[in-house]
Write a protein that binds this ligand. Structure first.
Ligand code: MG
Length: 211
């Protein structure tokens, strides 16, 4: 989207294949929050030993892959700004996540992360449009790949995920896993277009009702 480029957007493990990159033919994508959606929420995941897939999440992503839908992870990682882990350790976690998904024949086209937070240290201490509820990561992915945001769906466990999706123009699904156990009970959860028990149920809804 012209004028929306955010050079601060960070990326890990971007799929180099030319699929999904035909700018003449933008396609719908599924954007996934990471913690509490794909893997179990632990407070500031910093140790790869604490990385554990949520039940059926790997198979859910595999079903999106099989349907030919690009899958993009968009994750706030303020633990970097707060000094709980560095970006090299975050990459180790993302490689391990990719391996765990691979065990289910599942893959994602890229992981976009925001290491920033206003209360962070050094260069990471900043407001950033690529920190959700900002839409910077979604706009960057839509440019890197050829994604039609208004045809896309974002799945998240927090209100701020839903707001990022809507700011970018996507439809949204809130899941009850992770912080969703509490946040889906809040009045703001009504902002989501649909509420699902977990990622697997969200993908059921996406494949039957949204695409
Ligand atoms: Mg989350």
């Amino acid at each position: 989207m012209a004028g929306q480029t955010n050079t601060n957007v960070k990326r890990h493990l971007i799929d180099p294949a030319p699929r999904f990159r035909d700018q003449r033919n933008p396609v719908p994508a599924v954007f996934l929050d990471r913690d509490g959606v794909i893997n179990e929420e632990v407070h500031y995941l910093a140790d790869v030993a604490d990385l554990k897939l949520i039940a059926r999440a790997g198979d859910a992503i595999h079903r999106l892959n099989a349907a030919g839908i690009p899958v993009i992870v968009v994750t706030n990682q303020s633990g970097v700004a707060r000094g709980y882990l560095d970006e090299d350790q975050l990459l180790v976690i993302h490689k391990a996540l990719s391996t765990l998904l691979g065990d289910h024949n599942a893959s994602v086209q890229g992981i976009y992360y925001s290491p920033y937070h206003p209360d962070g240290v050094g260069d990471y201490a900043r407001q950033s449009d690529c920190r959700k509820p900002g839409a910077g990561m979604l706009h960057a992915a839509a440019q890197d790949f050829a994604i039609s945001l208004r045809e896309s769906v974002l799945v998240g466990d927090r209100i701020n995920d839903i707001r990022a999706g809507h700011t970018a123009g996507t439809r949204t699904i809130m899941v009850k896993t992770g912080h969703g156990a509490r946040e889906t009970t809040l009045p703001e959860a009504a902002e989501a277009d649909f509420i699902a028990d977990d990622l697997s149920a969200a993908v059921d809804h996406i494949l039957s009702e949204m695409f």
